[in-house]
Design a protein around this ligand. Structure first.
Ligand code: SF4
Length: 482
C-alpha cells in the first residue's frame, strides 16, 4: 500500500471545504462539519492518515510539510476552494515531485478535463464517490485498470468507464474509528448542535430533485442506498463507548427520513441506547414518525424550507409546499422536536416580494434557529444550467469574499446582488430580534457558562460579518452610481 494522506485542505480561515459541506463556504459563525467522505478511504487504506486542516488550525505550509512525507495525497476540492487547492497541490509537488496527487469531489467529477488542465501537479481525478478508486490506486493498481478516473496520457486525457454504483453500504467500513484515530472531536462545532458532536451517514444519495442541491446531482447521486439497521446500531454503540465526551450524534445523510419503516426500526433500536441525536429531514415526515423519533432521543431536525414562495418551490423542484411545511412544524412543536430551518435567497423567480414572503414564512414557522444562504450555482447542477442559459450568471463575480463568506454571483432583472446581500442581513436581524426568538437563544446560556462563551463568540462573529456585508452593499452601490 502507498503511504496515503486523505486531505481536506486549508483554504480560507474557518472554511470547512468540500469534504464536509454541501455549501462550501465559511458560515456566519464558527462551524465545522466532518470530512466524512474522506474518512471512508482512510479506513480502507492501511497506514493512511486523514488530515482535516481547517478545524485543526493546520496552515498551508504545515499541510505541505505533512503531505510531502506521503507517497499519495487525495485532496477533496471544491468549486469555491479550487484555486487555492491547485496552489497547494503545486506546493506539495514542489516539495516532493514523487508524490502522486488525486483531486476528488463534485468539482473534479463534473469538470475532469478542466481540473486536470489547471495544473500538472494533479495526477488524476475521480468521478463521484471515490472510495474504491483511491483505494485501488493506493494498492498499486494502474490507472488504466481503475474504473471512474481521468488522467493524462500521450498528450490527451483518458477517462475510464464509471464503476457500477455500490448499493450495499454495509460493505464500507465505519468512519468513527477514523475520527478517534485522526481527529480531535472537540474542534468540531455547529451552532445549533450540542458541542462536541460527531456525524456520520446511514444512507447515501437523495431521490429528491432540488435543482440547486450539489451532492445528489454531482456526487452521491439520486439512487437512495441504505446501511442495515444492525450495522448502524453497532457503529453508534461503538461511538458512544469511545467518545464519552460527545453530546450529540448527527446523522448527516442527505435525507435521513426517506423511508418511514426504516426510520421507525432505527428509532426502536436507538431508544434502547439512550443517547441524543439529530438528522437532516424533509417536511414529509408525519406526526407518528416525529413522535417516535423524539421518544428515541432525536433532539433536532435540519430542514431545507428554502422559500416561502409557492412558485419558487416549484421552480426549484423542491417537491414540497408551504402548507406541508406548516403542518410539519406544528407536529414538531407538539412533539417537542427542535428544528433548524434553512432558507435561500436568490433562487430562480426571486423578487423583493418573494423575499418578503420568505421572511414572513420563516417567522410563522418559527424554527429554533435558521440559516439563510445565498443561492450558489455549482457546475453540474440544474440551477447552474438555468442561470447560464438565461444570462443570470455574473461571470465577473466571485462566489466568496476574501474571508470565505458567501457573495452573490447570480443577478436577476429586478434583483441586484446588493439587494440579495441586504436581504440576507435583514432576514437574520428581523428573525432573531423578535422577542420570542431572542429570548430562546439567550435562555439556553443562562445556566451554562460554556454555552454562554459559545454564544458570545458567535455574536462577535455575526456582528463582524454584518459589517462585511454592509461594506459589500456600499461598494455595489458606488459601482452602480459610477
Ligand atoms: S431534499 Fe435536501 S438533500 Fe435532497 S436534493 Fe433536496 S436539498 Fe438536496
Amino acid at each position: 500500500m502507498m503511504k496515503t494522506l486523505l486531505l481536506n485542505p486549508p483554504s480560507f480561515e474557518n472554511f470547512d471545504g468540500g469534504a464536509s459541506s454541501r455549501w462550501p463556504s465559511r458560515r456566519e459563525v464558527w462551524s465545522f462539519w466532518y470530512p466524512v467522505w474522506l474518512a471512508y478511504p482512510a479506513a480502507m487504506i492501511p497506514g493512511s492518515r486523514l488530515l482535516d486542516a481547517a478545524p485543526h488550525g493546520v496552515t498551508p505550509e504545515e499541510a505541505v510539510g505533512i503531505a510531502k512525507e506521503h507517497e499519495f495525497v487525495v485532496l477533496f476540492t471544491s468549486t469555491t476552494g479550487f484555486r487555492s487547492d491547485v496552489k497547494l497541490a503545486e506546493m506539495i509537488k514542489g516539495a516532493n515531485p514523487a508524490v502522486k496527487i488525486a483531486f476528488v469531489g463534485p468539482h473534479a467529477s463534473v469538470l475532469p478535463e478542466e481540473t486536470l488542465g489547471a495544473s500538472r501537479a494533479i495526477d488524476f481525478v475521480t468521478d463521484k464517490e471515490f472510495d474504491s478508486m483511491v483505494t485501488e490506486f493506493a494498492s498499486g493498481k494502474p490507472l488504466e485498470e481503475i474504473q471512474g478516473v481521468s488522467f493524462r496520457k500521450n498528450g490527451g486525457i483518458v477517462r475510464t468507464p464509471p464503476p457500477p454504483l455500490n448499493r450495499n453500504l454495509d460493505d464500507y467500513p465505519w468512519v468513527t474509528p477514523i475520527y478517534k484515530r485522526d481527529l480531535d472531536v472537540t474542534k468540531y462545532n455547529i451552532p445549533f448542535l450540542l458541542h462536541p458532536y460527531i456525524s456520520l451517514y446511514t444512507t447515501r444519495g437523495c431521490p429528491a430533485l432540488c435543482t440547486f442541491c450539489l451532492w445528489p446531482q454531482t456526487f452521491d447521486m439520486h439512487p437512495w442506498r441504505e446501511r442495515s439497521i444492525g450495522n448502524v446500531v453497532e457503529e453508534v454503540r461503538w461511538a458512544l463507548a469511545n467518545f464519552p465526551q460527545v453530546k450529540e450524534i448527527f446523522f448527516d445523510d442527505d435525507t435521513f427520513t426517506i423511508r418511514k419503516e426504516r426510520v421507525l426500526a432505527l428509532a426502536k433500536e436507538f431508544r434502547k441506547l439512550k443517547f441524543t441525536w439529530s438528522c437532516n429531514t424533509r417536511v414529509h415526515v408525519d406526526a407518528e414518525t416525529i413522535q417516535a423519533m423524539r421518544e428515541a432521543g432525536c433532539r433536532l431536525y435540519i430542514v431545507g424550507f428554502e422559500s416561502g414562495s409557492p412558485q419558487i418551490l416549484k421552480n426549484i423542484k423542491k417537491g414540497t409546499t408551504v402548507e406541508q411545511a406548516q403542518t410539519f412544524m406544528s407536529n414538531c412543536k407538539k412533539a417537542g422536536m427542535k428544528v433548524h430551518g434553512d432558507f435561500i435567497i436568490g433562487l430562480p423567480g426571486e423578487t423583493p416580494e418573494t423575499i418578503r414572503q420568505t421572511i414572513e414564512f420563516a417567522k410563522r414557522l418559527d424554527p429554533e434557529t435558521i440559516q439563510v444562504s445565498i443561492a450558489h450555482a455549482f457546475p453540474g447542477t440544474e440551477l447552474y444550467e438555468y442561470v447560464t442559459k438565461n444570462g443570470y450568471f455574473r461571470q465577473d463575480a466571485q462566489m466568496l469574499a476574501e474571508t470565505g463568506h458567501q457573495l452573490p454571483h447570480i443577478e436577476y432583472p429586478g434583483l441586484s446582488r446588493a439587494e440579495m446581500m441586504e436581504a440576507v442581513d435583514r432576514f437574520y436581524l428581523e428573525y432573531f430580534l423578535r422577542p420570542r426568538a431572542f429570548w430562546r437563544v439567550v435562555k439556553k446560556t443562562l445556566y451554562d457558562r460554556r454555552e454562554r462563551d459559545r454564544l458570545f463568540r458567535e455574536a462577535r462573529e455575526f456582528i463582524r460579518l454584518h459589517f462585511e456585508r454592509k461594506r459589500f452593499i456600499a461598494q455595489q452601490e458606488q459601482l452602480k452610481a459610477a
